[in-house]
Design a binder for this molecule. Structure first.
Ligand SMILES: *[C@@H]1O[C@H](CO)[C@@H](O)[C@H](O)[C@H]1NC(C)=O
Ligand SMILES: *[C@@H]1O[C@H](CO)[C@@H](O)[C@H](O)[C@H]1NC(C)=O
Ligand SMILES: *[C@@H]1O[C@H](CO)[C@@H](O)[C@H](O)[C@H]1NC(C)=O
Ligand SMILES: *[C@@H]1O[C@H](CO)[C@@H](O)[C@H](O)[C@H]1NC(C)=O
Ligand SMILES: [Zn+2]
Length: 640
């Protein structure tokens, strides 16, 4: 931008801030914001959608341009909002104050240096695109993350192949993102400091609007940890029986590549390997879905019908027309599932590379939960069209999915045929399957932002990015890398949300509060069965309870919203503990004293095959023999 441009922009801003705000009352300004912000948001969302469903250089350029325009708009609104907020002679109602504060909260759009602003936007699209296009060749086949690698991790039990895929994915994604990431951290911090925050981590945490937030989540984590340790121990023992103990380090960690998931973040795909009671039915309904001819579309209709039974609205016409429910074959897309509020009439969408299986059926409910939230709060002012906090938004669909997954409901859907779903062994099978999804996730959900907060704070520097990452993975999650890692690796970058610039602690929060929501909905439905058997399908009273909370959007502080549904103002792991109580008793009995792991990562990851070990032993022996015999011949040769 030339100096003339800068001058003109400055004059324009001055013009706006002096003449407009002098004439406009806060109420008028807010009304105008309401009119102008939605089309702006819509424009960015359209450009973003076009890019994410069709990654091309042109679409990247269009999106970056839209982002820059949007940043300019936001800066102008922010300045005006601040004028009202800081002017002590103006009386503001509490609601006006809340709205203005939200308008002034423009995040990294606060960067006024256009060159830096543009660079920041470009880095982010670059990282996304590297991640989304990454491809790994395993033996003959070159696979993308979705569906290829995901499917490999879901089904393969071949240690060697899994290990190759695990490392290959990290070579092709994280490693190529590392330098960009360091620059992203620097530019992001610089931008957010303009708003007066110390760093991006502090800014992200401000979304929860509770000064004790970091301590609060740490406390929740401590509360859950004993239960996780029991699950970890059981899974470890059962997987040792499958793969052989020789691939497990003596430190007690589980190698990260054999848990059925690229990041070992949820373990439901090893459910059939570690099912406690083999003769009793499990609740993974993948086979049944395939046999019954489910399609991605019918999975979305199944979810829609559940929401509808609670009194929620059906998906809109535009939803069915514009969503991307399957992976296209003719272009690169960002496969990571997401839900979209286009901020225009009935335009809500989901983008997902859906596969017909149990896990994706639950993801469909998760994403549709976001859309339901959008639709419930659509009559709020634009600034309040958001979750009470980010964790709330993630929890809605999951709460519904907890009910959908009960054996009771799966029977209603004709996806399960167990005669006696209250049989004790069937019950433990079911809770185990749920634990592999929900409990296994908690340390992972907790640690990603532990890592990022420390990176943003500057405590963790680029040269120790990966080491700090594995410190957390080993210490909190009890898993270890299957192959040696070094400082040039960047394993956090191999997880979507890190290059994707999306905070993660929301998922940890969600996995805790969704049990609070679930229990509240079950109470409203008059449930008398144990919590994990509660299905509130077709119960409008439960639906009403949920909806009235969603309708608040972010117009009230989140403890108010939480209180509205649960009668409680705090995040609380108690409902989750109640849900898994029978499983905990089973695990404690099974595990005895065999649980836990050392804090530090193991020195050397054990290799997959015994053969490698055998050969090493052979080579070493041969070498020693040779050495000794040479050494002894030495004695025979006279020294000179
Ligand atoms: C993908 O984007 C390009 C522009 O870069 C456009 O020409 C093409 O038609 C788009 N493809 C689809 C299927 O939308
Ligand atoms: C504060 O608001 C009043 C009333 O709108 C206005 O006259 C005054 O100029 C404002 N003060 C500042 C410092 O902007
Ligand atoms: C603001 O409120 C104070 C006290 O409530 C009142 O005296 C004053 O007249 C109000 N000012 C305006 C501009 O409404
Ligand atoms: C909503 O969808 C359900 C099935 O998913 C259908 O039975 C119902 O008629 C639809 N309702 C409206 C108002 O469109
Ligand atoms: Zn989500």
């Amino acid at each position: 931008m030339t100096d003339v441009h800068r001058l003109i922009t400055a004059l324009l801003i001055l013009l706006f801030s002096t003449c407009d705000s002098a004439q406009e009352t806060p109420a008028e300004f807010l009304a105008r914001f309401q009119r102008e912000a939605r089309p702006m948001h819509n424009k960015v969302a359209e450009a973003n959608w076009a890019l994410q469903t069709n990654i091309t250089v042109e679409n990247e350029e269009v999106f970056v341009k839209a982002r820059l325009e949007y940043a300019k708009f936001s800066q102008m609104q922010e300045r005006q909002a601040l004028l009202y907020l800081q002017n002590t002679t103006i009386n503001l109602t509490p609601d006006e104050r809340r709205q203005l504060t939200k308008i002034a909260d423009i995040g990294t759009s606060a960067q006024t240096d256009v060159v830096k602003l543009e660079r920041f936007a470009k880095i982010k699209t670059n990282m996304d695109s590297i991640y989304s296009k990454a491809e790994v060749c395993v033996e003959e086949n070159c696979l993308q993350l979705e569906p290829g690698l995901t499917e490999l991790f879901r089904t393969s039990r071949d240690c060697e192949r899994l290990s190759t895929a695990w490392q290959g994915w990290r070579d092709q994604s994280g490693r190529k993102i590392k330098d960009l990431y360091a620059e992203y951290v620097q530019l992001g911090n610089e931008a957010i400091q303009i708003l007066g925050y110390k760093d991006m981590g502090e800014y992200w945490k401000s979304a929860y609007d509770t000064p004790t937030f970091e301590k609060d989540v740490a406390k929740l984590f401590e509360q859950i940890l004993p239960l996780y340790k029991q699950l970890h121990a059981y899974v470890r023992r059962r997987l040792k029986a499958v793969y052989g103990a020789h691939i497990f380090p003596s430190s007690g960690h589980i190698p990260a590549h054999i848990l059925g998931n690229m990041w070992s973040q949820s373990w439901n795909n090893v459910g059939n390997l570690i099912k406690p009671f083999k003769s009793k039915q499990s609740v993974d309904v993948t086979d049944e879905m395939k046999a019954q001819g489910y399609t991605p579309k019918s999975m979305f209709e199944t979810a829609e019908a559940f929401f509808y039974s609670l009194g929620f609205a059906n998906m809109t016409k535009t939803f069915w027309k514009k969503s991307m429910l399957e992976k296209p074959t003719d272009r690169n897309v960002v496969c990571h599932a997401s839900a979209w509020d286009m901020e225009k009439e009935d335009d809500f969408r989901i983008k997902m590379c859906t596969r017909v299986n149990h896990e994706d059926l639950m993801t469909v409910h998760h994403e549709m939960g976001h859309v339901q939230y959008y639709m419930e709060y659509k009559d709020q002012p634009t600034v309040y069209q958001g979750g009470a906090n980010p964790g709330f938004h993630e929890a809605v669909g999951d709460t519904i999915a907890l009910s959908v997954q009960t054996p009771e409901h799966l029977k209603t859907l004709d996806l399960m045929h167990a005669e006696n779903i209250y049989d004790e062994e069937t019950d433990i099978n079911y809770l185990m399957q749920m634990a592999l999804d929900k409990l296994a996730f908690l340390p992972f959900g907790y640690l990603i932002d532990q890592w990022r907060w420390s990176v943003f704070r500057g405590t963790t520097k680029p040269e120790s990015y990966n080491e700090a990452w594995w410190d957390l993975r080993c210490r909190l999650q009890g898993i270890s890398p299957p192959v040696k890692r070094g400082p040039e690796d960047f394993d956090p970058g191999a997880k979507f949300h890190v290059p994707g610039d999306t905070p993660y602690i929301r998922y940890f929060v969600s996995f805790v509060i969704q049990f609070q929501f679930y229990k509240a909905a079950c109470d409203a439905a008059g449930n008398t069965r144990p919590l994990h058997h509660c299905d509130f399908y077709n119960n409008p009273t439960a639906g009403h309870k949920l909806r009235s909370m969603l309708q608040l959007g972010s117009s009230k502080p989140w403890p108010d919203a939480l209180e509205q549904i649960t009668g409680q103002r705090q995040m609380d792991a108690q409902p989750l503990m109640e849900y898994f109580q029978p499983l905990l008793q089973f695990l404690e009995k099974e595990n005895g004293n065999d649980y836990g792991w050392t804090e530090n990562c193991p020195e050397n990851p054990p290799p997959c095959s015994n053969t490698a070990q055998r050969w090493r032993v052979r080579y070493t022996t041969a070498f020693l023999v040779l050495f000794v015999s040479l050494k002894s011949t030495c004695f025979l040769v006279p020294r000179t």
